[in-house]
Design a protein around this ligand. Structure first.
Ligand SMILES: Nc1ncnc2c1ncn2[C@@H]1O[C@H](COP(=O)(O)OP(=O)(O)OP(=O)(O)O)[C@@H](O)[C@H]1O
Ligand SMILES: CC(=O)N[C@H]1[C@@H]2OC[C@@H](O2)[C@@H](O)[C@@H]1O[C@H](C)C(=O)O
Length: 392
């Protein structure tokens, strides 16, 4: 039985995020004692998607170009790819499949609609993560858990963000407040006030993370670069303050929490519109990238600044690929009040790259243990639920 022996608590967590860069795989030992959870990262690896796969996923993320046939086949294709990635990681960790209790897979989000649509007089919210868990279980021989977000939505939540549950379990502090920021395709913050309980954690998506920076870099470099490595391009440009303040008027930044977002709002169409706006401002490509980097930084910092006093915030820890963008990190620190210090999340023993995959390992483990694993304060759900479905 899971949990009865130390060796049986080995879990593989899989995360494929909104950047569409690939799948992250964390092999984690989960230490489950009384009501505290802890983990040890045994191995971490990422499998990059080929350009063909990125393009295919991009196509099915866009309702105008998606076809049901492509969605259906990509669901099975990604399931197989996730299975292969899991087996590779298990082998690299020096383990065998038999030692793994479960695989927990977030899946690839291709659609996320937290604002209700009317269908035959009923309000419907929806979210879709693909990468079939039946396929993963079949190809690995390991029980697989996935499809977390729908259950939270069924309980009236946004189905996102889900990682704040593990942020709360692992990183809350009695002495002072902390903020965890993940900068992937989209950015999200988890605010853990001093001595917080589950009910007063604040967590939501702040808006774009690297998504627009990546798109701009690709266009500015004639597709020779997918992202602004280390923020080197942004470091060379100037922020256009006029344009930045206009960009900050976007309605998403004014929305009250709980809120979550994705490619539907800040994807390619949005990036294209901003790129054209930048042209109208007669800005060079470098200044456009610098200004868009400042937009990500400012929308994160503005949210944190709101809670510095009330939550007694002292430390901000940054994870996700954006942690490596030095210009973005510098801008965030500059936009924040001097009361808080900004660190990479490795400062508290967590890997910036593996954090989300580790979190999904923990969320899946909790599901298997039949424990609730959503944080209604973050998602807006009416009640706690056990998120996740199991393929035996
Ligand atoms: N060295 C680096 N310098 C600058 N940016 C980087 C670097 N390494 C990664 N990134 C950025 O991080 C992005 C990937 O981040 P990450 O893997 O955290 O996103 P994700 O998990 O796909 O997204 P999300 O968390 O929104 O689902 C890349 O697209 C790139 O923009
Ligand atoms: C619908 C969806 O896939 N949302 C992702 C996305 O990527 C970042 C942000 O938007 C967050 O809401 C979420 O992922 C993280 C892992 C979460 O649920 O905490």
């Amino acid at each position: 039985m899971l949990g009865s022996r130390q060796s049986s608590n080995l879990v593989v967590g899989l995360m494929s995020g909104t950047s569409l860069d690939g799948v992250d795989v964390a092999v984690v030992e989960i230490k489950d004692q009384m009501d505290t959870l802890d983990f040890k990262l045994l191995h971490f690896t990422s499998l990059s998607y080929s350009q063909t796969i990125r393009d295919k996923i991009s196509t099915i993320c866009n309702p105008k170009t998606a076809s049901i046939e492509e969605i259906s086949s990509m669901n099975m294709y990604l399931g197989k790819l996730f299975a292969d990635a899991s087996l590779k990681a298990i082998q690299e960790a020096g383990l065998s499949s038999k030692q793994i209790s479960l695989i927990s897979s977030h899946g690839q989000t291709i659609f996320h609609q937290p604002e209700p649509k009317m269908i035959a007089g009923s309000e419907v919210t929806s979210t879709l993560q693909i990468g079939d868990i039946g396929m993963i279980a079949e190809k690995t021989g390991i029980m697989t858990i996935g499809d977390f977000r729908t259950r939270d939505m069924a309980a009236g939540g946004q189905g996102a963000p889900l990682v704040p549950y593990t942020d709360y379990k692992l990183f809350r502090k009695e002495e002072h407040g902390r903020v965890l920021v993940n900068i992937g395709g989209i950015s999200n913050v988890t605010i853990l006030p001093k001595g917080c309980t589950e009910t007063n954690v604040l967590a939501y998506d702040t808006g774009p993370g690297n998504m627009i920076i990546d798109a701009f870099t690709s266009w500015a470099t004639n597709h020779t670069q997918n992202y602004d490595k280390n923020g080197d391009i942004a470091a060379k440009g100037k922020v256009n303050e006029d344009w930045l303040s206009q960009l900050l008027d976007h309605p998403y930044f004014q929305l009250a929490a709980p809120k979550s977002t994705g490619r539907e709002l800040f994807g390619e169409a949005f990036a294209k519109r901003l790129w054209q706006e930048g042209e109208r401002y007669q800005m060079n490509h470098t200044d456009k990238i610098t200004t868009i980097t400042a937009l990500t930084a400012k929308t994160i910092a503005m949210e944190i600044n709101k809670f510095i006093k009330s939550a007694n915030l002292k430390e901000v820890f940054i994870s996700g690929g954006g942690r490596y963008n030095k210009t973005l990190m510098r801008f965030i620190a500059n936009y924040l009040s001097l009361d808080v210090s900004v660190y990479g999340i490795e400062e508290i023993g967590m890997s910036a790259d593996a954090k989300e995959a580790i979190s999904f390992a923990i969320l899946g483990y909790q599901c298997y243990k039949q424990r609730t694993n959503n944080l209604p304060a973050a998602t807006g759900a009416n009640n706690e639920v056990i998120m996740g479905k199991i393929a035996w």
